[in-house]
Structure formats: C-alpha cells, structure tokens
Design a protein around this ligand. Structure first.
Ligand code: HEM
Length: 386
C-alpha cells in the first residue's frame, strides 16, 4: 500500500505531521512521490544505516534516480552525485580545506563580515526582512571569501547568488544568475591557472583538479552552503526572538553557544528530505527489503526527533550535548561544509544578541512565510524591527 506524503506542518517548530506518523506507525514505508513512489525511512538508526551504505547510490546518471533533475549524458558530475570510489578520490582532494582548524582560522574574517552586514542593517530603516538583510548576505560573502573572490566583485557575487534563491525571481532570471556565477567562477579559476595564489582554488589546481571540475566544485560550494546556512540563520534568530528565555540563557552564559547551535541544527534539520538514493541491489532496512531499482530517502527531520535516541526530543535544550544528530547527513556524503556552517551560526547569533538587543519580530511569528515544500525547510521572509 502507498502512503500519502505531505510536508504540511502544524507549526514552524514541528516536523510535518505525516512524517512523524510514518515514524510511529510505519518507519520504512512506500509513499507517493511525484508521479511514482519512494521508500521513506524515518528512524534514526535506519536513516544512518541507509546513508552509510553506498549501495544506496547517489549517482543521478543511473536510470530512475530520484534526484528529480534531468541528467544530461556526458555532463560533469558533482561530488554530491558521485559514488565511491570516484567520490572518495574527489572528496579527499578537497576535504583538507574544511578541517576544524582551517575553518577556525576564518573566524576573524567571518566576524568582520557579520559586523559589516549588521552595520549596514543598522544604517537603514529600523524594520527589515532579516532574510534579505542578514541571513542571505552572510553565507554568500563567506563563500566569496572562501573562493578568494576579490573585494570589488563581492556585490556582483552576492546579488547573483541572491537571485537563485529569490522566490519571486522568474526561471529566466535564475538561469541568467546561475550563468553569471558559473562564468565568474570559471574566470576566477582561469586566473588562478595563470597566477596561482594562496587560496583554495590555487591549492586545488596544485593538487591536480582540472579547471572545469574545479569550477563545478566552486559552484557546488555556493549552492550547498548558501541557502542552507541562510535558512538556519533565519530559523535560529526567529527562535531566539520568539522564545526570549532561550536568548537569555545565551546572554547569561555565552559558552552555551556551540551547544545551542548544535541543538538548533538538530531541532530544525532543514535538509529534511535528505539523502535521495537509488537501491542498486535488493537491500534490507529494518527487516524490509528495498528492491533493486527502487528509490529511497532518509527523513532526517524525524530521525532527529526519534524518541529512541533523543530524550524528550521536541524540547529545545542547549545543554543536550547531542552531536549524533543527522542534520548534516551521515556516511560518505556527510556535509563537507559543516564546520563552516557551525562557525557562521555561532558568529551570527552571538552578534545578533550583542549588537541588536532590542530586535523583535515585526509580525506575529505565524505570519512569517515558511518553506514547507522542500527540499530544504526555511523561511522566505522574516520581518524584524529594533
Ligand atoms: C552535503 C546539510 C552547509 C557544502 C550536505 C548534506 C547535508 C547537508 C544533509 C548531505 C547530502 C546527501 O547525503 O546527499 C547542510 C546544512 C548546512 C550546510 C544543514 C547549513 C546549516 C554547507 C556549507 C557548505 C556545504 C556552508 C560549504 C560551503 C556541502 C557539500 C556537500 C554537502 C560540498 C556534498 C558532500 C559530498 O557529497 O561528499 N550538506 N549543509 N554545506 N554540503 Fe552541506
């Protein structure tokens, strides 16, 4: 029997009711998906098992792969679409750039970016859409920094990155922005071929990346790290404004910040329908056989509220200390940029608490518009005032 599958939520803090029902009643279940069906895996242990087994393939060139994007034969595959051993080789080349130590060295620059963005916000009217004013600009500037985009090109980079996540932008406008960014990153890579510097692109070229692959990688970093981080910034700030006792905990005890970020990542699990995969052979999950050729996804949102793993899972607890959540996925494709995302969130939330002490929601929380229809959960706009 095929189950219905809705992403509708009863409130912004609770995963879709339909997902929670599946976890409670039918944790490995076939659900309606587009014109066909897909296996929804909802328990923490089962999602982990599925994501760590590369026989559940990420290769979207396989016929029937559920990523929902048309694969153009011969086109370049992104890291996120590769299986081992191709994936292992490609990932090991870039992994070095995202270690805790390398990312921690970015803290001073990220702090400057956040301060400048808040400065610009404070210089304008005292009511803004937080998404446009803070949540989207910060991650795009950080990725520009990571890629070594020169300062004078930052606004070009930021304006074009904003278009492809803009709800009102037409498909044509988005295509133009994507074309602009790919061409720009391509130009940046070509410049580094001629004149290597001390940046990530030069190091990747020196490590053997070819310019075309590296351009695709630069673009993937932007796609993967921009809107995701922006959604987490908006939802986290919304939570601190909507639940002042949580903001107070962080003001009283700033050392709670890393734990708070971890808990907010678990709680919102914005990549909620993470891990779209195709079974390449008959595979068993929790006693259910997933036949070869069937599609699956891991509902990390319900996995991260699994009462068998997280005590009182619907409570936000900054002291929980749970790092075994699946907000960044699990297994070979686990988020490459997770240390960077954590750092950005820490710096932004600390700056908001410090520099915007009177910040408040400018509309009742229910009137903010939420991204309910995937693939990532988030907020389209969050009016705030101070
Ligand atoms: C992969 C979540 C921020 C780069 C992933 C995956 C998840 C995820 C769930 C696994 C996808 C899969 O299994 O198919 C998030 C969240 C973020 C975030 C929730 C922010 C809060 C970032 C940032 C970057 C980044 C800042 C880099 C600038 C990547 C890349 C992959 C990835 C390159 C593919 C890794 C691979 O296939 O080996 N992310 N991400 N992400 N993420 Fe993130």
């Amino acid at each position: 029997m095929t189950n219905s599958f809705s992403t509708q939520r009863i409130d912004p803090y609770t995963p879709p009711a339909e997902h929670l029902r599946l976890q409670a009643e039918n944790p490995v279940a076939q659900v309606a998906w587009g014109d066909g069906k897909i296996w929804a895996i909802t328990k923490h242990a089962d999602v982990r098992a599925m994501l760590s087994d590369a026989r559940f393939s990420s290769d979207r060139s396989l016929p029937g792969h559920p990523t929902g994007r048309a694969y153009v034969p011969g086109s370049l595959r992104q890291l996120i679409e590769m299986d081992p051993p191709e994936h292992t080789t490609a990932r090991s080349r870039i992994m070095n750039e995202f270690t805790v130590k390398k990312i921690a060295a970015m803290r001073p620059r990220i702090t400057e970016i956040v301060d400048e963005t808040i400065e610009a916000m404070l210089a304008g009217p005292s009511e803004v859409d937080l998404v446009d004013a803070l949540s989207l600009p910060v991650p795009s500037m950080v990725i520009a920094e990571l890629l070594g985009v020169p300062y004078e090109d930052h606004s070009f980079f930021q304006e074009n990155s904003a278009v492809f996540v803009e709800i009102d932008a037409t498909a044509e406008e988005k295509a133009v922005a994507i074309g602009n960014l790919k061409a720009y990153i391509g130009k940046l890579v070509a410049e580094r071929v001629d004149q290597p510097g001390e940046d990530i692109l030069s190091r990747q070229l020196a490590a053997g990346a070819n310019p075309e692959e590296l351009t695709a990688m630069g673009f993937l970093l932007l796609i993967a790290g921009h809107e995701t981080t922006a959604n987490m910034i908006s939802l986290s700030v919304m939570t601190l404004l909507d639940k002042p006792e949580l903001a107070q905990q962080l003001r009283d005890n700033p050392s709670l910040m890393p734990g708070a970020v971890e808990e907010l990542l678990r709680y919102f699990t914005i990549a909620e329908i993470g891990g779209l995969r195709l079974a390449t052979e008959d595979l068993e999950i929790d006693g259910t056989i997933i036949p070869a050729g069937d599609s699956v996804f891991g509902l990390t949102n319900t996995a991260n509220r699994d009462p068998e793993v997280f005590e009182d899972p619907n409570r936000i607890d900054f002291t929980r200390g749970a790092r075994n959540h699946l907000a960044f996925g699990f297994g070979p494709h686990q988020c490459l940029g997770q240390n960077l995302a954590r750092l950005e969130l820490e710096v932004v939330l600390a700056a908001v608490l410090r520099r915007l002490p009177t910040l408040r929601l400018a509309v009742p929380r229910e009137q903010a518009s939420f991204k309910e229809f995937g693939p990532n959960y988030g907020v389209y706009s969050l009016p705030v005032a101070w």
